[in-house]
Design a protein around this ligand. Sequence first.
Ligand code: 5RP
Length: 232
Amino acid sequence: MKDRNPAAASIEKQKAGEAAAGLVKEGMVIGLGTGSTTAYTIAQVGRRVDEGLDILAVVTSYQSEMLAIDAGIPLTSLAEHPTLDIAIDGADQVDADFNVIKGGGAAHTREKVVAKSAKRFVIVADDSKTSDRLDHFVPIEVLPYASNLVIRQMKELGGEPQMRLGVRKDGPVISDNGNFILDVKFGVIKDPAKLSLELSACTGVVEHGIFTNVHDIYIGKKDGSVTITSSI
Ligand code: 5RP
């Protein structure tokens, strides 16, 4: 499991996160993702709000809610604004075909709802997240009542599921939605779209961390540059 300590922050994450904040324009309703890279986006959007930018934001987690409030970004909800102009979020792994694995912070269910509600979905990440093929474990949010059933279905799909356990909290991680998280190793994922459909079809799965609807990817490099690629 990767280090999610804020001390793991880096210039790569900062540059990617801040660059994508430049996509936010006056009057937009935006989605704010979760994680240490998106934290830089939120801080940068907050600075622009201080300078007079008039926007509204929908958050994807308690973490992004706290950061957005600290940054002075006015918040709204999907109930009030079901369609977002743009959503910006981090990633655990990104392949060359714009497939992404998310959920390292257990926020992927709300992140997917927000990403699918947005006209444009932008990923911000550091260089270490890129890979030719996806082989990162897939976080799966599961209904606690169904966790043994989901473990069985993951094994039937060829996965090796592991319950995510708390740090400084005994027992399973509980998501912002009150559910458990299984981290499932599938080795190299040859067809992310197919696995995405198979995981969605499993009874008891609330949401999984494969995202196939990415429009733009901002990758921060060690030298401070940012590479931007677009699928549209
Ligand atoms: C949270 C996520 C994060 O966006 C992802 O884990 C990347 O995090 P970071 O920017 O801290 O590396 O999906 O559920």
